[in-house]
Design a protein around this ligand. Structure first.
Ligand code: FES
Length: 94
């Protein structure tokens, strides 16, 4: 193991977990569409911020869930209408 040499200063995780059991999950709250929109918006605003899809973040009842690291910001009930606000949040704490 060795430290990875990456160019990113922040990581934004968007839960796109999908459950087929009928239980609540972020995928059923359009989180993949949110991920795609957020990825493009943040890439334009600051290419040193990485946006990645992730599995369950343990906030399923209040999804879609987004986490911003290393700021330790956890967001719930996120929709595509929040993309601009998240971009501001991510880029204002540089
Ligand atoms: S399914 Fe997204 S937080 Fe659990």
């Amino acid at each position: 193991m060795r430290p990875a040499k990456l160019k990113y200063k922040k990581l934004v995780l968007v839960c796109t977990n999908e459950r087929t059991t009928g239980k609540e999950c972020c995928a059923h709250k359009l989180s993949f569409e949110l991920y795609q929109k957020l990825k493009l918006a943040i890439r334009d605003a600051d290419p040193e911020v990485r946006v990645s899809r992730t599995g369950c973040l343990g906030n399923c009842l209040s999804g879609a869930s987004v986490v911003i690291m290393p700021d330790d910001i956890w967001l719930g009930e996120v929709t595509e209408s929040d993309v601009n606000e998240i971009v501001k949040l991510v880029t204002s704490k540089n």
